[in-house]
Every structure is written in C-alpha cells, then in structure tokens.
Design a protein around this ligand. Structure first.
Ligand code: M6R
Length: 637
C-alpha cells in the first residue's frame, strides 16, 4: 500500500530515494518522506500530499545538498492509522532522534505497544502505528529494561554479517509485532547498514555493485540494477555495500532466491504518453501476446511457469474456487464460464476478502486459483494461506515475479504484461483473462476432458487475439468523443450477459475509480428485477452484446433488454461485434469490435470501456494514474 526504498552505497542516498519514490508513488500518494544518514547526523524530511510537495520542501532549503549521505530511505504513504498529515508522514523517529523507521502495512497490536511505551515515558508524536517501532528499537538498542531511555544509546557494531546491533534489535522488535509489515530502519550511528524486515507485506532486495537497495518492488531500483533477491515471510535483511544477509526472526541465516528482472527502466516510464494509463491501454496487444507466447510445448501440452503439483493432483481436483479482488476478481468471473464449460468442474468465484471468513468447504481435491497482478494483495494472500491450511492446492496467476502469492502457491502462471503503474488495471486485466483461459484449457487437457488437438486449436485461436485487440484500439476515437461529451453525466449503467456481465462490472469499476461517478454493472436479465427503476431520460447505459453466434437465444434476449431501457428514455451505447445488424435500430451509439470466440470476447469488449472511463475522467480534469483515495497495491486487509 505504501512505497518503500532503502539504500546503502556510494551514491547520494537522497537522489536514490527520490528517484525510487517517483517510481513507487503509484503505491500511495497521501504523503512522502525521506531520511539520510551522513556526516554524523540522521536527517529527515516529510510532507503531506504528493511527492511534489516533498520535493518542493527540499528545494526550498538554504543548502545545496540538504541531506548529505550515502545511506538513506524514502517512503510514499497510503494512510491507514492517522490522516495524511505532515506529522503522520514517514519516517518516524524515536525519542533520541537517532533511529528512523518507515513502514508498509498495519501493526495490529500497536495500541497496546503504544500504551506500554507511554507508560514508561516515551513521547509519541504521531497517530500512526509505525512510530511504536522506532521507540521499541530505541529500547532494544539500549539493551535496557523497557522505559529506560539510554544515555549511551548504542554499542559498536559486531563484525559478523546479520549480527549487527540494529539487525538484532529489529529482529527482537519484529517478534513483538502482530499484523502485516514491511519495515526499513536507519540509525544515525550506523551509516554502514540499512536494515529491513517483512511479514505479509512485500520487500525485495536489489543487488548492485558496491550498493544494495531494499524496496517494495523492483521498479524502485530498476534504473540501478536488475539483480534481485526475494525476502521470505518473517525475515530480516541487513544490507551493506558489500552484500546482504538474510535471517529469520530468530537470527538463523536463510538463503533468499536470486532472480534477474526481465524488463528495464524504460518499461516503467511513460514513453511519451501524458499518463501511464494511456500507455498501458496501448500496450495491451503486446502484453497479451507475451502472456500467450510459448504456452504449448512441442507435444501440444499447455505449460505453466511453476508446477509443484503432479498431473495426478490436477486430475484429483473435484472443485475449483477462484479468489481475487477488484479487477482481478472480474477476470475470475470470466474464468468461471471457461472452467465450467471446458472442464465440467464446479467453479465458484469469491472476493478474496470474504473467502476465509465464511468457512468455505475445502480439501486436498479443491483447486484454488488466486489471481493478483501485484502478488501482494493481502486479502488474496490470506485467502491463499487459508486454502493451504485446509490442504487445498493453490494455483496463482500473477504479474509480479518474486512476489508473495506465487511463492505461497503450488503452481504459477505468470501474466507477462510488464510493470503496470497506472492505478487502474488495464493491460494486466487482459493478461489475467488470457491466463485464466489457459488454466481452463490446462485443466481440461490434464483431466482428459478435451483432446490435445482441441486444446491446441483453442490456444492457437487465443494467440491470434492480440491482433484483434490492436484492431479494436485503432477504432476507438468515437468512444473517446462520446466520453468527452458525457463528462457532465451523473451516473452510467453497464449491462452484459454471460462473459459480458463481468465486463460490465469492470467497466463500472473503471468509471467509479477514475471519474468518481456513480456507475453500476448488472446482468442485463436482472435489470427488470429492480435496477430498471434507475433508468431516467438521458441516462447513459452501456450494453455489452454477446455474439449472435454464441449461446442460443442470449443475443436475442439482450437486444430485448436494450429496447426495455431505451423505451424508458436511456441513451444506449451498444458494444457489438462486426456484422451484428440486429442491434442497430436500438443503439443511440454503436461501437463495433471484431468478432471472436464467445469466451474470448472480453479481450476486445473491455477495451472501449477502459477508453471510455479514462477519457471521461480526463475530460473532468482528473489524474487517471493516481485517483483519489486509492493505491495500486493493497497490502492491508
Ligand atoms: O494486485 P491485485 O491484482 O491483487 O489487485 C487487486 C485489486 O486491488 C485491483 O485489481 C484493483 O481493483 C484495480 N487496480 C482496479 O483497477
């Protein structure tokens, strides 16, 4: 939810931190802050609002280099405990001002810890949960009984890697914390280290030449190094110029998994577009093609990226659950149609945040498919953990190599969409839908429900969809114009049937999050059971029309639904495939998409809705990359 960067090396830590924060700002933009250790001092600066406010503060200072030093850290915040104010912005410091802490997540027992600290004389300045960590570290480093503020705060560092006093103190503090956290800490007297820890929240290490980075995701350091190291659950990392040491919370040294990041800094830049979202919408043909590339082995079998399950495990599956949040949940709803149609297995789709609280019936023959762009969404991660505790098998669909959800899963299929920086998911939704279709075909193949040649024919057809996506994107100027003309609308409804229903939900979500408009998606057939009362003259209603070649009668039914809303004054905006003439008399606006297989249709019908929401939000003067109140990756429950 928050963005974190830590650095130790030879460069200006302030420059590294600010550059990292520019790339991490999509994770949260309520406030930001930096801390640098150098010239015998720990200096911090923080400001409410977007990163630009912090940069302005730093540029207004009297000094040319307001924060000298080559060890430092930066934080961009999505507020949880305490509003987005200067005082609540990170870093937070202890009573002595020697220790600085930044944090992502929620420390659930912070109230008890705070009371304990205040009870022994510590003064906490902010309303955050984070600040308790700085004070707990102060106590640990003093080696004193709780409450005794040290006069000589620190001991000299010991030589052994992972045995640094700051590392040891952080381990001991972490053992007292409950909840989810990534922490990065600095100490005025220890410029040689930056130390981090994680539980249920992301932390990745960048390994450079004579320098190391700790960050929420690789985009923060990709301009410096593409060599990365995963940090596992309940682990502490001590980063120095000459390397890093990872231990568990008890101090045992553990091996992290190293990997090479297969995209570079340019992939995470705007590339001439005014907004990341516009760039990412246009990257969809490539993102989809990359996700689908090389999925059939020489003998015609679909290949996953990581498989820690046997073919027999998949054959034993008798029920599928899909868990995900937001846009990824909509991809899961589409997957249900494909999984049930192709495999004949019952498939339920659940919002991850609800899954574990309703006692789903799971056992070792249940397959849980977890979909997550970031691989860090805590609701989804907790659903995965719950599923595994109940002995279910978990297959992850994820866009982020090295993230937690794939690591906690038994099998993984990566969407290869590259970094998505715009808060609204676009290209990764297409990647998720394609990955879901591949998983459906994989299950059908391994269970022998579809023949190999049938699976291959589907995959080959799927691999032709990037070209359809490209053609669709090239035709959307009328949609842009229409969106601009509707900038003053109060609300918009989205209707669909079959796989068009999740597409309607996704269109409504995009409009809500980007344009701050009331928008609802409904199954078109459900309308007459209540929502039709919302229709009033002039209300824009977007309808995603299934192919006339698809499920029997479905097309005719939705044409009737269009007539029903139009008869009550709605302004109908109809998305229909080429050659569908039956809708023409009832469409106030007709947006054409190329024809494709019914189950693949979301790969094209979603595009006009993304463009509609983006353009309408821009016409309202809004920032489509960083909508209010949101953050890209939600690492709190
Ligand atoms: O990283 P995830 O795919 O797990 O994120 C899940 C949702 O938070 C996400 O899809 C969100 O709804 C979208 N960014 C909205 O566009």
């Amino acid at each position: 939810m928050c963005g974190i960067i830590g650095y130790v090396g030879d460069q200006s830590a302030l420059d590294v931190a600010l550059n990292g924060l520019r790339r991490l700002e999509y994770r949260g933009y309520d406030s930001s802050g930096v801390a640098v250790v150098g010239a015998g001092a720990l200096r911090t600066a923080r400001r409410a609002g977007k990163l630009a406010n912090l940069e302005k503060l730093l540029s207004e200072g009297p000094e040319m280099n307001p924060m000298p030093g080559t060890t430092g850290m930066g934080h961009t915040r999505w507020a949880t405990h305490g509003g987005p104010t200067d005082v609540n912005a990170h870093p937070h410091t202890d009573c002595t001002g020697a220790i600085a802490v930044i944090h992502n997540g929620i420390i659930e027992n912070f109230a008890a810890l705070r009371a304990e600290l205040e009870g022994v004389g510590h003064e906490l300045a902010s309303e955050t949960d984070t600040e308790v960590v700085a004070h707990l570290l102060e106590i640990e480093l003093a080696g004193a009984e709780a409450g005794v503020v040290p006069e000589q705060p620190v001991a000299p560092p010991r030589a052994a890697a992972g045995a640094h006093p700051l590392t040891g103190a952080l381990r001991r503090v972490c053992r007292r914390l409950e909840g989810a956290f990534t922490l990065v800490v600095l100490h005025r007297d220890y410029p040689e280290v930056v130390v981090g820890a994680r539980r249920n929240s992301p932390l990745v290490v960048g390994l450079g030449q004579g320098e190391a980075f700790l960050a929420s995701d690789v985009s923060a350091f990709i301009a410096h190094t593409r060599e990365a190291l995963e940090i596992g659950q309940d682990q502490v990392v001590e980063a120095r110029r000459d390397g890093v040491t990872v231990t568990d919370f008890d101090g045992e040294i553990v091996e992290g998994r190293r990997y090479h990041v297969d995209w570079d800094a340019s992939a995470a830049e705007k590339g001439g577009y005014p907004y990341f979202m516009l760039k990412e919408i246009n990257e969809q043909p490539t993102a989809l093609a990359d996700t689908l590339r090389g999925r059939l082995s020489a003998d015609g079998a679909i290949v996953l990226d990581e498989e820690r399950l046997s073919a027999q495990d998949f054959r034993d599956v008798d029920k599928v659950f899909i868990v995900a949040c937001g846009t990824a949940y909509h991809a899961g709803l589409i997957a249900k149609y494909a999984v049930e149609h192709w495999t004949r297995l019952p498939c339920e789709v659940e919002m991850a945040s609800e899954f574990r609280y309703r006692d789903p019936v799971l056992d070792r023959s249940t397959l849980v498919i977890a979909i997550s762009q970031s691989g860090e969404t805590l609701d989804t991660l907790m659903a995965v953990k719950h599923a595994r505790e109940q002995k279910a098998r978990v297959l992850a669909i994820c866009n982020t190599n090295g993230s937690t959800i794939p690591r906690e899963s038994d099998a993984v299929l990566y969407t290869r969409c590259g970094p998505e920086v715009g808060v609204a998911s676009t290209k990764t939704f297409l990647g998720q839908v394609a990955a879901c279709l591949l998983v459906g075909l994989y299950l059908a193949q391994v269970r022998g429900v579809l023949y190999g040649d049938e699976v291959a024919a589907y995959v080959e057809r799927l691999q032709r969809t990037p070209e359809l996506v490209e053609r669709t994107l090239a035709r959307l100027e009328p949609m842009r114009e229409l969106a601009r003309s509707l900038a003053g609308a109060k609300a918009v409804l989205f209707l669909g049937r079959h796989v068009g229903y999740p597409v309607a939900l996704e269109g409504a979500l995009k409009l809500k999050e980007l344009a701050y408009m009331h928008a609802e998606g409904f199954p078109a057939g459900e309308l007459k059971h209540g929502p039709i009362a919302l229709i009033e003259p002039g209300l824009p209603v977007l309808v995603i029309v299934p192919s006339p070649r698809g499920r029997a009668n479905l097309h005719g039914k939705i044409v009737s639904n269009i007539q029903e809303v139009r008869a009550r004054g709605a302004r109908t905006i109809v998305i229909a495939e080429d050659g569908d003439v039956a809708v023409e008399p009832y469409a106030d606006h007709l947006i054409r998409v190329p024809a494709t297989a019914s189950l693949f249709a979301p790969l094209v019908t979603t595009l006009p809705l993304q463009v509609f929401a983006c353009e309408l939000a821009l016409a309202r003067g809004l920032d489509v990359d960083q909508p209010r109140n949101l953050a890209k990756s939600v690492t709190v429950e």
